[in-house]
Design a protein around this ligand. Structure first.
Ligand code: SF4
Ligand code: SF4
Length: 397
């Protein structure tokens, strides 16, 4: 009995110490927690949605913990797409977000419409019915009645943006309450796509690739400014430019500096950097508390310009020189997903969506593309990434 009492006393003592330790840990966590009043917000144009300058591109976050940690750190806007991880990305968000009040996050998804691999124009399968079929699946996966922003995904040119059937699909989506706002996303020919979105007098938001490695970043910047001036919301992606300068991942890009560079102007309203680890997510989120770019950051990024990187700038040189009109931007984007982000699944899906044969270069003795500004051996790169088609899905985690 005595023994038990001692045990009991010890238990109380240990319990009290444990509680004190827990309280102390909580207090330390609270002290270390970022001060939400320090978050820098901007408004997404006429949508009046106010968001921190850093949002979350959910594409690479395949665990809900990364999303909830980002929300905890102040993120409001979550960006996904119908095609990410074959729909599992939207499903994961649906499972997680049912625990959050609907007014505690702003969510976007994107619908990709089929296009001809040679002309890059939408095929006859790009119909209003198809669009809404995909959108309804997305809403079901997300367990939502509506998204806040709905994008027409991967617009390559003015025709995509102003395609009458797509405009009608978007208009209906708004009318039926499936989305609050509409937008276009663009990975190359960004100025043309952004200007078409302005011209449409319909779209509310542009989501554009924008980073310090783009050869045409000044034109993208100016187009984003025009969009802002016209009242559109402006969101940037691909801010990390592939995250590494080299395929071997020995030379990392300073992603924090790169992110700060991309949001350094007020007319860029927010960014959607991705994260596949807690560390990456926390590093990205820290930028919303301190987005000021320093001279040291700029110097480091400038030094990085001397290196090639995994990011295809979409300069179009290869398109002009290759007689077979291969979809270089998409092939190289897939390369970046595989080697930069180590997302083999996304890399494979991107390649498969292009319907290329096993060796699209087989008709050439010598490659005609000789002046890629990245100094890439284009043929070797195509050959390298196309091998991914032969890897069975079950070997790709
Ligand atoms: S080898 Fe070069 S020129 Fe020929 S198809 Fe391939 S990329 Fe085009
Ligand atoms: S030439 Fe190089 S950087 Fe330019 S679009 Fe082609 S692969 Fe990309």
């Amino acid at each position: 009995m005595k023994h038990n009492k001692l045990e009991r006393r010890n238990f109380i003592k240990i319990g009290a110490l444990g509680s004190l330790a827990a309280l102390a840990a909580k207090a330390t966590a609270a002290e270390n927690a970022p001060d939400p009043t320090k978050i820098v917000y901007r408004t997404l144009g006429r949508t009046r949605l106010k968001v921190p300058v850093v949002s979350l591109g959910v594409m690479r976050a395949d665990t809900p913990g990364i999303v909830s940690r980002s929300l905890e750190m102040g993120v409001l806007h979550l960006d996904t797409a119908h095609g990410y991880q074959d729909g599992r990305n939207e499903e994961m968000l649906g499972q997680l977000l049912k625990n959050y009040p609907r007014d505690k996050y702003i969510i976007s998804t994107k619908i990709y419409m089929p296009r001809d691999k040679n002309t890059r124009q939408f095929t006859t399968e790009a119909t209003n019915e198809k669009f809404h079929e995909l959108l309804d699946i997305s809403l079901k996966r997300l367990q939502l009645d509506y998204v806040d922003i709905l994008y027409l995904h991967v617009c390559d040119n003015r025709d995509h943006v102003l395609h009458p059937d797509m405009l009608e699909s978007m208009r209906l989506a708004k009318q039926q309450g499936k989305t609050q706002f509409t937008g276009v996303s663009t990975h190359h020919s960004e100025p043309e796509v952004i200007d078409a979105a302005i011209e449409s007098k319909f779209y509310d938001i542009v989501l554009s690739a924008y980073n310090f490695k783009q050869k045409h970043h000044e034109q993208v910047r100016d187009a984003l400014k025009r969009a802002h001036d016209a009242g559109l919301g402006t969101i940037v992606m691909k801010t990390m430019a592939g995250a590494y300068y080299d395929k071997e991942r020995q030379k990392p890009i300073n992603c924090t500096a790169a992110l700060k560079w991309a949001i350094r102007h007020d007319f860029v309203h927010t960014s959607i950097p991705g994260a596949s680890t807690f560390e990456e997510a926390e590093k990205n989120c820290a930028v919303m508390y301190n987005p000021q770019i320093t001279d040291t950051d700029i110097k480091e990024l400038e030094e990085g310009l001397q290196y090639s990187s995994l990011y295809c700038t979409g300069c179009g040189e290869c398109t002009c020189q290759c007689p077979f009109g291969l979809p270089f931007n998409d092939i190289m984007r897939s390369y970046m997903y595989a080697y930069g982000y180590r997302d083999l699944h996304l890399a494979k899906k991107t390649i498969e969506s292009l319907s290329l044969n096993a060796d699209p270069c087989s008709n050439c003795t010598d490659c005609k593309v000789t002046n890629c500004p990245n100094g890439w051996d284009i043929r070797a790169k195509i050959h390298d990434i196309l091998r991914i088609k032969t890897i069975p899905d079950e070997f790709i985690v």
